[in-house]
Structure formats: structure tokens, C-alpha cells
Design a protein around this ligand. Structure first.
Ligand SMILES: NC(=O)C1=CN([C@@H]2O[C@H](COP(=O)(O)OP(=O)(O)OC[C@H]3O[C@@H](n4cnc5c(N)ncnc54)[C@H](O)[C@@H]3O)[C@@H](O)[C@H]2O)C=CC1
Ligand SMILES: O=C(CO)COP(=O)(O)O
Ligand SMILES: [Zn+2]
Length: 348
């Protein structure tokens, strides 16, 4: 008997474009949400567009989160209960958006995603990525009912935020390769559709890398659309597997070893260069990934990430410990192997 069943939860309204923030009220109005909106944001996005968002959502309250973590999620839950929030709006980069979507899940209220930077592919996903002690959880969270991405605001954000988002997407190449490896070696469930979409998104971004340039609103448009597509791949898969493999484990480990040193997307990009080499050897995809990152002016070396060689090697040799997710790192690679891959790819 066929007894498989799956839920794919996707946003109803995805509004991307110049001045899209002015459509936020309409995009939310169409969802028939009721009650007080609670805006979950971090200091810079609040300063940049907080008032514009509050103008669109009458009676909105605001809570500021500086970091992502379970404590912050709990603070948002408490703030939401205090104002009897009807729905939450994540405004900013990946941290406030993840925090809002996790709090919404716990509170059983709607979630709206308003990215102010194209820095990560969690803007649409129904996953939250949260550190806790020595580990980092990828948890099911409330997918957004609406995503409103204003390309004017995003194009105005520091350029490195956009290149971080590009690198987060490019890393889908190695994430999907790890996922396929885990299917072959460990029988991990694989979604052809989720894997193909994630990979195609990375390919489209690499093919358009020449068009992605600072200050061009069209670049923000290309990157946001790719981030949406990558998030949809995660929703189809019901996990972050299409967009998170060993390169992400490496980045998560760096967040512990060298916190705040570099952006998430930049760390996974450098990780992806090295794990692509581990997958395919010297003549494989690592050079294309390296070239695409270089052409975007995204980091390709430990020094670009503000890391010493030793910090980078420590992260690479211990990344497999972060969580129980089988990747090309298996149960860990030796320091000699890590040094060889990092040197051969020019990362150190
Ligand atoms: N749930 C998921 O599927 C995913 C989650 N993530 C998570 O997202 C986080 C990384 O996201 P980031 O956006 O890099 O972190 P972030 O939220 O800390 O943002 C990075 C910086 O950009 C600033 N910023 C945002 N918009 C700005 C603007 N318009 N102008 C000036 N500054 C602006 C923020 O204030 C912050 O200082 C990590 O915690 C990562 O694990 C990343 C990818 C996918
Ligand atoms: O960053 C992600 C996808 O880009 C997902 O993060 P996790 O590795 O925590 O699932
Ligand atoms: Zn990521």
C-alpha cells in the first residue's frame, strides 16, 4: 500500500520589486490576519525602514533582537503574549527572520517575512537555524504567509550582504552533492524535485554572476529571486538539506570558534570551495565555485574571512561534530587532509 504523505508549505504572496515595501499593507491585508502585528527586527533594519513598516501596519508593536538563539526566541514569545500579537513580521537579515518564524511556530500565529538584505536564503524557508551550546539546530518553523522584498532597500544595503546571499545560493552545489552522497551511503531520504531546484538555482546565479554588481537594483532582483527559489527547495524537501551540507557545518563551527568574524553566506562560500574539492578532486567543480565567488568579490580565502589558518583548519576538521548530518566530511577529516584541501584550493 502506498502510504507516503507530505506537506509542502509555501507563501501565498511573494512581492519582490522596487518600492515593494509600500505594498506591505496590501500584501498582508489579503491574508485576513487579525490582531496586533509584532515586528521582530534588529537595530539597523529598524532604523532604516522600521517607520515605513509601522506606517503600513497599523497598531504594530516592535521587539528588537540582536542575535539568533533560543533565549531570543523566548523573548519574542513573551513580547508577543504581552501585546496579544495576532501575527509576527520578521524584518531585517537572517537573524530576526529566523527568530520571528520560530516564535510564530511556537505561538501558532502567522508569520510575514520582510528581508532588508539579500544575505541568506531563509527569507522564504520554513526552517530556523539556531545555535545552542556546541551544536546548531535546523528546526521546523513557521513558513512565511507573505514575503515582501523591496529591491530598492536591498540594493542600498552594504554590498557584502548581497555577495553573502549569492554565496549562500552557490553553496547549494555542494549541499546537494552531500545530500546525494548521504542517500547513497546512509539511505537518507532524498527529494529529486528539491535537489534539482536547489541546484538549478545555484546554476542560474553562477550563469548571471556577471550581471550582479554593486548599486544595481537589477542585481538585488536576481539575487532575491534566487533566494526565494532556494527557500522553496527547502520547503519542498521539508528540511534544509537542499541548501545546507558540509559547507554549512563548517560555517556553523566557525560561528563558535570565531564568532562575529564573517557573514554566514561568506563562510559557507569558502566552505563550499573546499567541500567541492573533497567531493570531486582537483578537476571538479571547486574551480567554478571559486571563480564565481571571485567575480562577485566574495571571500575565497581564510584571510578574507578574517581567520587565521589554524582557525580555518580547526573548523574544517571538527565541522562533522556540529550535528548528525552525513556529508563528505564523514566522521571527520584529518588535519593533514584539511591542510591539503585548503592549500590546494588557495583558501590558506
Ligand atoms: N532558516 C534558514 O533557512 C536560514 C537561516 N540562516 C541564518 O541567517 C543568519 C545569517 O543571516 P544574516 O542576514 O547574515 O544575519 P543578520 O540578520 O545578523 O544580518 C547581517 C547584518 O546585516 C544588517 N542589515 C540587514 N539589512 C540591512 C540593511 N538594509 N542595511 C544595512 N544593514 C543591514 C544587520 O543589521 C546585521 O548587522 C544566520 O543565523 C543563519 O544561520 C541563513 C540561511 C538560511
Ligand atoms: O543556512 C541554511 C541554508 O542556507 C540552513 O541552515 P542549517 O544548516 O542550520 O539548516
Ligand atoms: Zn545558509
Amino acid at each position: 500500500m502506498f502510504d507516503k504523505s507530505t506537506w509542502i508549505r509555501l507563501p501565498r504572496n511573494v512581492v519582490v520589486g522596487h518600492g515593494a515595501l509600500d505594498d506591505l499593507g496590501d500584501a498582508v491585508g489579503e491574508l485576513y490576519l487579525s490582531g496586533t502585528p509584532l515586528i521582530v527586527t534588529s537595530p539597523s533594519p529598524n532604523q532604516i525602514v522600521g517607520d515605513r513598516v509601522r506606517e503600513q501596519l497599523s497598531g504594530a508593536e516592535t521587539v528588537i533582537v540582536a542575535e539568533a538563539g533560543f533565549e531570543q526566541v523566548q523573548n519574542v514569545i513573551d513580547a508577543a503574549r504581552e501585546v496579544d500579537a495576532g501575527y509576527l513580521v520578521g524584518l531585517g537579515g537572517g537573524k530576526p527572520i529566523d527568530t520571528a518564524k520560530m516564535a510564530s511556530d511556537e505561538l501558532d500565529v502567522g508569520f510575514v517575512s520582510v528581508p532588508t538584505a539579500a544575505s541568506h536564503d531563509g527569507i522564504v524557508s520554513g526552517r530556523g537555524s539556531i545555535p545552542e551550546g556546541d551544536t546548531r539546530h535546523s528546526v521546523a518553523a513557521e513558513p512565511p504567509l507573505a514575503v515582501v522584498a523591496d529591491t530598492d532597500v536591498i540594493a542600498d544595503a552594504p554590498w557584502e550582504l548581497t555577495t553573502a546571499g549569492c554565496a549562500d545560493i552557490i553553496s547549494n552545489y555542494t549541499a546537494v552533492a552531500d545530500w546525494q552522497l548521504a542517500r547513497r551511503l546512509k539511505g537518507v531520504e532524498y527529494s529529486e524535485y528539491g535537489g534539482a531546484l536547489a541546484r538549478m538555482t545555484a546554476e542560474m546565479l553562477v550563469d548571471n554572476a556577471d550581471l550582479i554588481r554593486p548599486g544595481l537594483e537589477e542585481s538585488a532582483w536576481i539575487v532575491v529571486k534566487a533566494l526565494v527559489s532556494s527557500g522553496v527547495a527547502m520547503s519542498i524537501a521539508g528540511s534544509s538539506r537542499p541548501a545546507s551540507g558540509a559547507e554549512h557545518l563548517f560555517s556553523h563551527q566557525l560561528d563558535r570558534i570565531a564568532p562575529g568574524r564573517a557573514l554566514h553566506g561568506h563562510q559557507v562560500g569558502v566552505g563550499s570551495i573546499m567541500t567541492a574539492y573533497l567531493h570531486d578532486g582537483p578537476d571538479g567543480l571547486w574551480q567554478d565555485i571559486h571563480e564565481a565567488l571571485e567575480s562577485l568579490d566574495a571571500p575565497t580565502t581564510a584571510a578574507d574571512l578574517g581567520l587565521s589558518d589554524d582557525e580555518l583548519l580547526e573548523a574544517l576538521t571538527t565541522a562533522h561534530e556540529i550535528r548528525d548530518r552525513y556529508t563528505v566530511l564523514g566522521d571527520g577529516i584529518t588535519e593533514k587532509a584539511a591542510r591539503e584541501v585548503a592549500e590546494t584550493t588557495g583558501v590558506i
